[in-house]
Structures are given as C-alpha cells and as structure tokens.
Ligand binder design. Structure first.
Ligand code: MN
Length: 287
C-alpha cells in the first residue's frame, strides 16, 4: 500500500487513478494537529488497515496531479540518520570535507532536526553561505511502526511500518569551518521525503530496494540497500538500544557513492522502482 499526505495534511491511500482520502478514519483533527495524522494512522495500523484496504477498491477522490504532496511522516519524534553506511561512499569522502573514517558500524546514528523534513512538492532551498559546497545525498528512509526498544536484529523488521525516498542534503566542511554534522544536514528543506510511504508488507526484504539520483538528467548516484555496511535490522537494533523508536520515526539509511554538489537552478530527481520518484528544483533560499 502507498500512503500519502497531501494538501492540508489530508491522509490518503494511492489507487490506480489517484488518491482515496482516509482522513475521516482518524481522530486527530484541526489545523494544528493535522501533520500528526500519519503518527496516529501508524499507531492504530492493526485496527485501521482493513478499513483502508477496503477504500482501495473505490474510485479516487482526487488525482495525484492535482494535490500538493506533503512529507508522508512530517512529525517524527526522532529523525535519525546513518553516517557513512556504504563502502563506496566512504571511499570517496576524503580530506577536510569529512569528519573521519568512521562508519555507521562504529559511529551509530546521528540526529537530524525534524524541521528539515520537506515536502516532495517544495524546492530545495540553499542558504546563502559564501564559499561552501552543498551536496545531494540520495537515501532510503525506513519509517518505524510498532514502538521498538531493545529490539534484536531478528525481530527488527517487525517494527518497520514502511519505506520512502529521502534526501540528506549536506553543507560540506572546509579546513577551518567544521560545524556539527547535525547543523550541516538540518537546513530548511534539506530533507525532502516522499512521494509516499510504501508499507513494509510490499517489501519483504529491504535489501532488495534500490535507488538512483540524477541532477539535470545526469545520473549521479545508484545504490541498493544490499550494500549497506549496517543493514536495516542492524540499524534498528543499534538505535533501539539507545532509546525507544516510536511510530512515525524516520531513519535515513545512508547514501551510496556519487555524492556531489547542487546549485540554484538544478533539478534533482530521486527514484526507486519500488518507492516512486521525486523531482525537486534547487533554488536560492527565499529568506
Ligand atoms: Mn547521509
């Protein structure tokens, strides 16, 4: 099943010809609670799933082309990410741009500010910071379903609600400018996520997921989760030993090689045969 958030944080299931609205099955309402509707849906999934399945047989309420697609899990309590989690990306990260030789195996996770999650419909805005390079990082995110704490890798996939494409765009360091990774990866709009969540029942083995990224139609990145240094079960085991992971939490699994700069005017496309695609304009920040 493909689940979307759209317009004013309506929740829907993708059907052949568009989106079937399921917001009415949820209790969270009102302008200020609306972005948390996906957290509610995930928390109540066992109860709601049959009703949402049933909606898939009806006609679409709206066509995908006419809605504003939102980040499908816009209010995670935790937004985690794997540092260097592909050997090929580790090999290309040399010199002052990088923090060191550590990988996700020994470093664990880093935290991204939830406020950098962004809608598939919104441009990536680069801040005006002279002399700095901004890079694309194409990644696949897992979204937590049932809360996970102290989970072993054998049970870890039972706690995955689904998967989505995400970017982990980054301001690179220089010899003298060495900010925290969290700051460099948390700029507004730096993590577009979407276009929807594909539920985990459609992805029996996440190692089968692949992704690719193009800048202005030039292929820059290709990867498969089969090449992760720490695989999806391992990431959940590692993080859930630190703190409980909660329904709707987002975990970006790391970027394959081919990371490179983006500039205002570029168009970034990230795609996965199983997860869909997002096409994102790059602009100079509007404020
Ligand atoms: Mn990354």
């Amino acid at each position: 099943m493909r689940l979307v958030m759209y317009d004013e944080y309506e929740v829907g299931v993708v059907v052949d010809d568009g989106v079937r609205r399921v917001t009415d099955l949820l209790d969270v309402s009102g302008k200020f609670g609306a972005p948390q509707r996906m957290n509610e849906l995930i928390t109540r999934w066992a109860e709601l799933r049959p009703q949402i399945e049933a909606r898939r047989t009806g006609p679409a309420d709206v066509s995908l082309g006419t809605v504003i697609l939102r980040c499908p899990s816009p209010r995670p309590r935790n937004f985690l990410a794997a540092p260097l989690n592909y050997a090929t990306h580790r090999a290309e990260m040399k010199g002052p741009m990088t923090s060191g030789a550590g990988t996700a195996a020994d470093l664990g996770f880093f935290v991204k500010a939830g406020g950098c999650l962004s809608d598939p419909s919104r441009p990536i805005e680069l801040p005006r910071v002279p002399g700095r390079r901004f890079d694309h990082e194409a990644e696949i995110a897992l979204i937590i379903g049932d809360a996970a704490w102290g989970v072993t890798r054998a049970d870890a996939l039972d706690h995955v609600f689904g998967y989505a494409l995400v970017l982990d765009n980054t301001m690179r360091m220089t010899e003298t400018q060495r900010e925290e990774r969290t700051l460099r990866k948390s700029f507004w709009t730096f993590s577009p996520m979407g276009p929807w969540i594909v539920t985990a029942d459609e992805v029996p083995d996440p190692a089968d997921l692949t992704l690719a990224l193009w800048v202005n139609d030039e292929l820059r990145q290709e990867g498969t989760l089969r090449d992760l240094i720490v695989d999806v079960p391992g990431l959940i085991e590692q993080a859930s030993a630190v703190l409980p992971l909660e329904p709707g939490d987002v975990y970006a699994t790391g970027s394959p090689s081919g990371v490179g700069p983006i500039l205002p005017g570029d168009v970034v496309k990230i795609a996965s045969p199983r997860l869909g695609e997002m096409v994102l304009k790059v602009e100079e920040r509007s404020w």
